[in-house]
Design a binder for this molecule. Sequence first.
Ligand code: GLN
Length: 229
Amino acid sequence: NITIGVLALQGAFAEHIDHLTTAADSLQTQPINVIPVRTPPELDSCDALVIPGGESTAISLIAERTGLLAHLMDYVASEKPVWGTCAGLIFLAKQVVNGKPNQQILGGMDIQVHRNAFGRQLHSFEAPLDFSSFIKDVIDFPTVFIRAPVISKILENAESESESESELTTIISNNTYKNKAPLQILHQLENGFIVAVKQGSKLGTSFHPELVSDTRFHKWFILEFVLRE
Ligand code: GLN
């Protein structure tokens, strides 16, 4: 049996569990368990992990207080599939602009993520986006952005990892893990904002596929990341 865990410290974890369960059932491959993850033994039992949207500073704080943070850093370094959505994307990054000074991040992907990049006036919006270049026939996936981050820099080949031009607080992960896979931009908005990236077994999205009734994104994650291992 395959087990997919959803980090259940804070945020939209119940929705991810529902979507993954529905997607797994409809794929009718091998049996797939979907479990909430709050402890190191639960994390150890997972073949893949999803980190939900919510509030990245809260997720980081709870992970630290419950002693899960170091285990999550090791998990990310294990090459197992990990998908971060929104706050989960922030948590998965190597660098965060506009972070909170005490915020910890896992450093699983060579990306700099800008927190709350769409600004105050645009807290939340929905847009149908074309993902057919990587998910067959998905030309109008309903995406929901809520105080969303964007991928502001690809760090893969960047000389310096600590420089930031902005005056906002930039957080850098303590994880020494180096993702060796090439970073792929999966989707860029018309204004240039990058909202979906893949690096080897890691996937990051700015938006929330768990908050719409469509489960095609979750199916794709199971097929392309989880069952590919
Ligand atoms: N703004 C949130 C954060 O910084 C992310 C928002 C979300 O996950 N919808 O963590």
